[in-house]
Ligand binder design. Structure first.
Ligand code: PMV
Length: 336
């Protein structure tokens, strides 16, 4: 019997991945950039046991058994077993996987990124695989490849049709920008959302704006973002973050039928952020939304208390308007 445990945090993109040029290989139409959060607040924990006694591979997510035959899960298992550096005996052992998130999976907080990054990191430990495994994480969930590293990370789209150069690379380690904080504002939403996989598929098939974005906007914007991070230029970083989130959601609107992810509460928070910035006459907060209504805020440590007091004043908790999670999250290195 062999047993390993890993943890991996979520990442929140500031230049968004939206659209695949190859659905099977999970190859994106543009580069994307994100920060990997710390492992205290939002992370997945995965334990894998391998034993000659086990009859079949099995997986439990948050205590409930799931089908092991999920295609993306199989991509990761097959990908890591191919790279395994262990004796043939153990390679044949079946495995049992238990994965849990320390945050609600349904909250739409990039749980698949943390989950697949964690699964692949745990498999690497079990099978003693070394080297870049971000491509295997990518084959589980595109954005998972960015959770394999800490700090700010860029997923290079690459040009190889087989995806050999579609890899995540660290831009800077977490210690580069210690003043940076992330606030995750969890917005209640009863609606069933269109999954990011389905939303992206629809956008690729129907949105002309997506083509324009991928060809003419993101290549320049990703380089500017890279530079803003290296220079620790918060205002530039924040402006690009805001614009890119809004453009991703504009693409979702341009999709037919359209995908609506942000709701009234999200837009209230967005307007509040703009009012706060205008009143200060400088960009003090950046916001970004993924395929759901939650709003993630990037802000410098010195402004966190002020911004939270403004949130408390203007958005008091209520049944239909609840901000559940307001914690300053210092970005830290993942520790699988
Ligand atoms: O990795 P996926 O398939 O869950 O897609 C994630 C897409 C966004 O979160 C909306 C954007 C991103 O770059 O993380």
């Amino acid at each position: 019997m062999s047993i390993v445990t890993c943890i991996a945090p979520v990442n929140i993109a500031v230049i968004k991945y939206w659209g695949k040029r190859d659905e099977n290989l999970i190859l994106p139409v543009n580069d994307s950039i994100s920060a990997t959060l710390d492992t205290e607040h939002l992370c997945a924990r995965t334990t894998i046991m391998a034993s000659p006694e086990f009859k079949e591979d099995r997986i439990w997510l948050n205590g409930k058994e799931q089908s092991i035959n999920n295609k993306r899960l199989q991509n990761c298992l097959i990908g890591m077993r191919k790279r395994a550096q262990i004796s043939n005996d153990m390679e044949c052992w079946k495995i049992h996987i238990c994965s849990e998130n320390n945050f609600p999976t349904a909250a739409g907080l990039a749980s698949s990124a943390a989950g697949y990054a964690c699964l692949v990191a745990a498999l690497a430990k079990l099978y003693k695989v070394e080297g870049d495994i971000s491509a295997v994480a990518r084959s589980g969930s595109g954005s998972a490849c960015r959770s394999m590293m800490g700090g700010f990370v860029r997923w290079h789209m690459g040009s190889d049709p087989k995806g050999s150069d579609s890899l995540a690379k660290q831009i800077v380690s977490p210690s580069h920008w210690p003043e940076m904080r992330v606030l995750v504002l969890v917005v209640n939403d009863g609606r069933k959302k269109v999954s990011s996989a389905l939303g992206m598929k629809r956008s690729i098939e129907t949105s002309e704006l997506l083509k324009y974005r991928a060809e003419h906007v993101v290549p320049r914007r990703a380089n500017e973002m890279n530079e803003a991070i290296l220079q620790k230029n918060f205002e530039k970083f924040a402006e690009l973050t805001i614009k890119d989130s809004n453009q991703m959601h504009a693409v979702c609107q341009d999709t037919y039928p359209p995908c609506h992810y942000m709701n009234d509460v999200s837009f209230t928070l967005v307007n509040l952020a703009h009012s706060y910035n205008s009143a200060a006459n400088e960009i003090k907060v950046a916001y970004t939304c993924d395929a759901g209504p939650n709003v993630t805020v990037y802000i410098l440590e010195k402004n966190v208390a002020e911004f939270i007091s403004i949130l408390d004043f203007y958005i008091p908790p209520a049944d239909d308007l609840t901000v559940e999670y307001r914690k300053g999250i210092p970005i830290q290195l993942i520790s699988p």
